[in-house]
Design a binder for this molecule. Structure first.
Ligand code: FAD
Ligand code: NAP
Length: 336
């Protein structure tokens, strides 16, 4: 077990923020996790691709960098394929693998950064689909006692950008593999999200297959979202708030163009990006950090920013949205 002491984490988070960890350990196999638990090292943090974390400062204790690989088909019938994926596989590589085999279910989630093991943590979602729609189960190791556990879909308690791993089991379970039930046949692609249907229409695709949808998603994402290689960010910093229809109606009297999407009985989802833009924050720069000029939901590091600067800006944005609209927006990003 090799420990890199006093390790710099800048290269390990897509915000590109500098912070040090007491120790950094690469986890290549489940046996490495058991070794860490037996050694009594603590406190422990689990790191995938670092695309959904904000390093507010140095990290106390040990960071376990997940690099457990492998994709294997473990069961198959006429309609479906059950695939078990090492949690350290890169999510987008897994999506490409599925597309290359013409397996449906993941195409709307193409190009989301990060690892497979982190996908269930916030039940990643994009363009009208969440990973839970094809999730089967996951294997995890309890970092308090080394016990191996299997979670089915119900036990994960998936919600909108949410799961049990953001609550009771936060920082407790190291996810080592995730299984997905993908479609071979009898599958209809989901093109309900406006931007996807527009791209398909513009290309005269009338009967889209999973590859057409994936290509459309990749095209839209490349054109709209800031590339962390060029400008540090962690995607959407905030979740879209869900409010009651009654509160929405009151807001609409004051702001007639406020958008919303249905979010279940009596509830609507309001795009946080719209609220932040209307609060006057889109494109602003504060010192070395700011709000992206095209995507108000994305906070950015212009290069020399610190985690504290990003966090102060986030607090300011949250407070301004609260003051103007009476809506509490909360971070989607995991703050360390
Ligand atoms: P990390 O940032 O490394 O970790 C995130 C959290 O998960 C941490 O709390 C960590 O401790 C925990 N964790 C990670 N791995 C494990 C594990 N094996 N076991 C237990 N806990 C673990 N998200 C979406 O939902 N939809 C999008 O469309 C989307 N687009 C994005 C676009 C950009 C440009 C960026 C930068 C981010 C985007 N994200 C999106 C956010 C992010 O990509 C996802 O949340 C992704 O799943 C994070 O993966 P990661 O491996 O980088 O996780
Ligand atoms: P967008 O298409 O400009 O839409 C803005 C917001 O409106 C989104 O947040 C989306 O909510 C909501 N929305 C739009 N059309 C919708 C529909 N038909 N049904 C329900 N909700 C709808 O968003 P964008 O920023 O370019 O992102 C595109 C997609 O990628 C979104 O699904 C977004 O969640 C995802 N994404 C996520 C992250 C992240 O870090 N979490 C980063 C980039 C992109 P939803 O967010 O609930 O879909």
């Amino acid at each position: 077990m090799h420990i890199q002491h006093n390790a710099e984490l800048k290269a390990y988070n897509t915000f590109g923020l500098s912070a040090r960890a007491g120790g950094l350990l690469k986890i290549l196999h489940t046996g490495d996790v058991h070794e860490v638990v037996s050694s009594g090292l603590h406190p422990l943090r689990i790191l995938g691709g670092g695309s959904n974390i904000l390093l507010k400062g140095d990290v106390e204790g040990y960071v376990l960098k997940n690099e457990i690989k492998g994709i294997s088909i473990i069961d198959e019938n006429d309609n479906n394929v059950l695939v078990e994926v090492g949690a350290g596989e890169v999510w987008h590589q897994f999506v490409l693998w599925a597309i290359s085999k013409n397996l449906g279910g993941l195409e709307n989630l193409a190009l989301i950064p990060g690892t497979v093991g982190a996908a269930p943590i916030q039940n990643i979602g994009a363009y009208g689909v969440e990973q839970e729609s094809v999730f089967h189960s996951l294997k995890a190791i309890d970092l308090t006692d080394g016990n191996e556990m299997i979670f089915d879909k119900d036990q994960c308690r998936f919600g909108y950008r949410d799961s049990i791993f953001k609550h009771e089991l936060k920082n407790r379970c190291f996810i080592v593999s995730v299984s997905y039930l993908l479609y071979k046949k009898n599958y209809t692609v989901n093109t309900s999200y406006g931007a996807i249907s527009e791209v398909l229409k513009s290309k005269d695709v009338h009967n889209p297959g999973i590859d057409h949808v994936a290509d459309a998603v990749i095209e839209i994402r490349r054109s709209k979202l800031p590339d962390p290689e060029l400008i540090g960010n962690a995607g959407s910093f905030f979740k879209n708030p869900v409010i009651s229809v009654a509160q929405y109606k009151l807001l609409k009297e004051l702001h007639p163009d406020i958008p919303c999407y249905s979010a279940g009985e009596g509830l609507v989802k309001v795009p946080a990006g719209w609220l932040i833009e209307r609060a006057g924050y889109k494109g602003i720069q504060k010192g070395n950090v700011g709000v992206h000029k095209n995507q108000a939901l994305v906070l950015v590091n212009y290069g020399q920013g610190t985690g504290q600067e990003v966090w102060q800006l986030a607090l300011e944005v949250m407070s301004e949205v609260q003051n103007r609209f009476g809506i509490h927006i909360e971070p989607e990003v995991n703050v360390w």
